[in-house]
Design a protein around this ligand. Sequence first.
Ligand code: GAR
Length: 194
Amino acid sequence: MTLRVAILISGGGSNMVKLVESMTGDHPARPVLVASNDPDAKGLERAASMGIAVASVDHRRFGGDRHAFETELQAVLDAAKPDIICCAGFMRILTAEFTGKWQGKMLNIHPSLLPKYKGLNTHARAIEAGDDEAGCSVHELTAELDGGPILGQSRVPILPDDTPETLAARVLVEEHRLYPRVLRNFAEEMVQKQ
Ligand code: GAR
């Protein structure tokens, strides 16, 4: 059986591209949908050019009504019947009601060594704290922001002349390696349990 993967993005979608590219050959999953909360997200064009179905649910249409936004997002996802949802640079905070529906099936990548630096501006905060290493984490998404079980991490050194931008670029290279690896393991385990 082939698992169906939906990917949620908000921006450029470089992690999404790596996930899509990884799901070939004997990989137990295939991408079925890339969806964004921003209709102008560059990643949507990239996904469409790779032949993946795309959708957008513009959160601004709902004027802060998270429930209404998530109801529509849920409908878009339900139509694609995903077994796994990967958040890849998806920058909306999801309610407990939404995450509860997908618990155990929803992954996220975060650009820090969780549990350090949940939330935004992770690279600047790591540099400011004087840390000697940074990195990225893939975790299961739960109601707690950036707080679900960690499935994998990669580390990079913080160099003396690093800026948030140079560090982010180096961490992103590791994100592109880590996320496909974790997704594959996760999907293989899911198939074994079925
Ligand atoms: C990535 O660095 C990802 O870890 C981060 O946004 C970037 C998206 O880049 N995600 C978060 O900060 C989530 N809190 P991409 O669109 O090129 O994959």
